[in-house]
Design a binder for this molecule. Structure first.
Ligand code: NAD
Length: 294
């Protein structure tokens, strides 16, 4: 990694208090960047505030709800006021809606919450940060966290999440084309946490579910509230579910940024095979068969 590339620069990370966002924040801080974490989870925010302080990283930890443009604008304004400029934005906040069972039985609240955070959170972030990033004389970065599930695979059983991440990927790719066409100094990148299921709080997103999207169910109806639950369930089917630590995702992202890479993506041979099977299925017009998680 080119450590100098990050030194003295400033990064905003939405959903930066936990999981992938937290690892990005700590890695960017270690590489010499000023770090601005935006999140809605007060207890996780307090922890990363202390950890960044202990690590001696110049930082801010701000309340930031990505479903509100005014909240994103406030984070940008205070970051610029504190650090003079912003060079990297990671539109990373995302949730899993805890969906289970047939699609036609889902609560509208699941659809609304998931699209509000995962899709509108990205759209709002583009609307707030792009004009600023494009106005900077130096090269800037907008990194959008998507998911292979939705971007290149359709895993069964989480259709709301998959649909939201399919939208996120097409928005990200379109943004990249428009930035290229306009000759703007912004590098747009699509970050794919992986290559395996990443050990984060995503399977327990209910902890930050707003009251307005409450559907009256405690915990996930799937019975999966953590990566550990997922592993246990996979074991019952004789599957040894492999996982990835979020620090590995952050390392991969920071390696690709100095190169200006669009794809911040690590693929296993198994994932490559999934992509080929999908392409072959479309070209051959064969009946879709589901792929497994992992
Ligand atoms: N964990 C995986 O296996 C995996 C795989 C592919 C993609 N992703 C994506 O990675 C990103 C980060 O998720 P994670 O896995 O680290 O989960 P996580 O739950 O550990 O982190 C997500 C963070 O987003 C925050 N958040 C939720 N709603 C928010 C809102 N309205 N405004 C601001 N912040 C909000 C949460 O408080 C949390 O801190 C998400 O976009 C997720 O979809 C995760």
């Amino acid at each position: 990694m080119t450590a100098n590339y990050f030194a003295g620069k400033t990064a905003i990370i939405t959903g930066g208090a936990s999981g992938v966002g937290r690892s990005l924040a700590m890695a960017l801080g270690a590489a010499g960047s000023n770090v601005v974490v935006g999140d809605v989870d007060k207890s996780a925010m307090a922890i990363i505030d202390t950890d960044l302080e202990t690590a001696g990283v110049p930082h801010r930890v701000d309340h930031c709800d990505v479903t509100q443009t005014s909240s994103l604008q406030a984070v940008l304004d205070s970051a610029v006021e504190t650090f003079g400029q912003v060079d990297f934005v990671f539109a990373n906040a995302g949730i899993g809606a805890g969906e289970a069972g047939p699609i036609w039985g889902y609560s509208e609240k699941d659809w609304q919450w998931c699209f509000n955070v995962n899709v509108w959170g990205v759209v709002n972030s583009i609307n707030v940060f792009m004009p600023y990033l494009a106005s900077r004389p130096e090269r800037t970065h907008l990194v959008i966290t998507g998911s292979g599930n939705g971007a290149y695979a359709v895993l069964p059983d989480v259709p709301i999440y998959t649909a939201s991440k399919a939208a996120v990927h097409t928005i990200t790719e379109n943004l990249h084309y428009q930035v290229q066409a306009g000759g703007l100094p912004v590098v747009v990148s699509a970050l794919f946490p992986g290559p395996h299921v990443v050990e984060t709080g995503l399977f327990n997103s209910g902890r930050v579910r707003p009251e307005e999207f409450d559907k009256g169910v405690v915990g996930n109806e799937t019975g999966i509230n953590s990566v550990e639950d997922m592993k246990r369930m996979a074991e019952e089917y004789g599957i040894n579910l492999q996982t990835t630590h979020p620090d590995e995702v952050a390392e991969m992202a920071l390696q690709g940024l100095p190169e200006g890479n669009f794809w911040l993506l690590e693929l296993t041979a198994e994932n490559e095979a999934k992509i080929r099977r999908r392409a072959d299925m479309i070209i051959g017009k064969t009946t879709p068969i589901p792929e497994s998680v992992g």
